[in-house]
Design a protein around this ligand. Structure first.
Ligand code: 4AD
Length: 457
């Protein structure tokens, strides 16, 4: 269907006086005695295009319904009411698809909860138009960041036989359900599709490390799955995961890459998504643009885990979860550290080894690992990062301590035998960084079809 995008029409690419054809869905419809007015939107812009209808010229009015799809032909003219704005004096309007009066998106603003219940229609709102445009721009700029720095984009498997994080949050992949006819779990798995236990990948890291040990610098960008039963605003069962892995890199090197990536994402949004950020600043988080500008103009904080615990212990706040060396830093603690103490993104480094994954490099103190989480105000953890344990004996010991079956990690372990070198990597959750740059506070609102515990459609 030949027509011009509303984004192009409103950008001034086409001069007033020219004939144009535009398509869109009706956002507003106003009727008066001799004239009628439509505002239409085709998804290419947050702005609507005004259509002016002279009832002596256009005799049909079957398109005067919110939500219906139309094609409009007419002359582009300067708006007499809004300086610098363009509108169409319609000569012909074709109804492409009618919409009944019970169209759920009426003019008034709908709550995010209500919009979640109509995923097929919420993309027609400005809110979700802005969210998904930013999601698209951010995805593209992440590729750009790595491609310009000699990283190879690798596609790691979605079905795997290992649990990278060792937290047992793996969705099973099976073609036969378990039943009591099997004498043991082992027999059940033997009869299953792969002849052994298989699940959806929680992270592409282990295979990413294999790739980095030949390609030097790699990144993955794909879905990860977590069967964690946590019903929070920042956890999804399916999320998009960016995982760079870098050979010949130690913890400070990978921290530098992580900070550069986050700043690159924010700078790209500030330059390429100005209208969307202005929208979020007005309707979602007042001061968002200033916050983002501030973030890119300062260095991120770095604090030792041990010092962070001391800060939390001295805080004049009653936390629900205990603050003790050796315990995990909970959401409430992350909030305090980022929002009250540092007031900017902060890397917490060198965590106790007993609360972190088996693959992390063990520090000389014998009790911590060279790992870091990047915490940001408002969202909490957006990056999990570490230098990897390159020493075979230490790696095997860590696996033993965590009661892991080494047979499931043969390839991974073999890397430590053949030219093992220092290397590091991190995982960034796409949805978490989107929440940070848009101010949207629930992960369900930055995913087209969110999957969370107890909820799928
Ligand atoms: O800290 P995580 O679990 O680290 C890993 O998966 C490592 N293998 C990464 C690596 O070193 N290559 O997860 C990394 C990030 C988190 O910081 C968070 O942004 C995101 O992945 N993430 C989730 N996002 C949404 N929903 C969930 N359930 C998430 N779990 C992790």
């Amino acid at each position: 269907m030949k027509h011009t995008d509303i984004a192009d029409i409103l950008s001034g690419k086409i001069s007033a006086g020219k004939e144009v054809t535009a398509c869109g869905w009706v956002r507003t419809a106003r009727d008066s005695k001799n004239m009628a007015f439509l505002e239409i939107n085709d998804g290419t812009s947050l702005k609507h295009l005004q259509i002016v209808i002279d009832k002596n010229v256009i005799k049909n009015n079957d398109f005067m319904h919110l939500g219906c799809g139309v094609k409009v032909c007419g002359v582009l003219v300067e708006s007499p009411n809004i300086a610098g704005s363009l509108e169409i004096n319609a000569s012909e309007i074709t109804l492409l698809g009618d919409c009944p009066a019970d169209y759920p998106l009426q003019k008034k603003r709908c709550s995010m909860e209500f919009l979640r219940s109509i995923p097929a229609l919420r993309v027609r709102t400005n809110m979700f138009n802005a969210v998904f445009r930013v999601r698209s721009v951010v995805s593209a700029c992440i590729h750009e960041f790595f491609q310009k720095r000699h990283f190879v984009y690798v596609h790691t498997p979605i079905i795997t036989a290992s649990d990278c994080e060792g937290a047992g949050e793996v969705f099973k992949v099976t073609t036969i359900g378990y039943n009591p006819a099997f004498k043991s779990e082992e027999e059940y798995y033997k009869n299953d599709f792969f002849g052994q236990k298989a699940g959806l990948s929680v992270s592409g890291q282990l295979e990413g490390e294999v790739a980095a040990m030949g390609l030097g610098k790699i990144y993955t960008f794909g879905p990860s799955f977590r069967a964690e039963n946590s019903n929070t605003p920042r956890h999804a069962a399916e999320f998009w995961h960016i995982e760079p892995e870098v050979a010949f890199a130690e913890l400070p090197d990978i921290i530098e890459i992580a900070e550069d990536l986050i700043k690159h994402i924010i700078n790209t949004c500030l330059s390429d998504c100005a209208a969307e950020l202005a929208f979020f600043d007005k309707f979602v988080e007042n001061g968002l643009i200033d916050k983002l500008k501030d973030v890119v103009s300062h260095q991120f904080g770095i604090v030792e885990y041990t010092d962070a615990i001391e800060i939390l212990k001295k805080a004049e706040v009653k936390f629900v979860y205990p603050v003790e060396w050796g315990e995990d830093i909970q959401t409430e603690h992350e909030k305090y550290l980022t929002e009250q103490v540092f007031k900017k993104p902060v890397f917490v480094i060198n965590y106790p080894k007993k609360i972190k994954s088996f693959y992390m490099k063990q520090n000389d103190d014998g009790r911590t690992v060279a790992a870091t989480d990047l915490l940001v105000p408002g969202v909490g953890e957006i990056i999990g990062c570490s230098q990897r344990e390159a020493d075979l004996t230490k790696l095997l010991n860590a696996m033993k301590e965590k009661n892991m079956t080494t047979a499931e990690y043969e390839d991974y372990i073999s890397l430590r035998k053949f030219g093992s070198v220092p290397h590091s990597g991190f995982g960034l959750g796409l949805e978490r960084i989107l929440m940070y740059v848009t101010g949207v506070s629930n992960i369900r609102d930055v995913i087209l079809y969110p999957r969370t515990a107890g909820d799928i459609r």
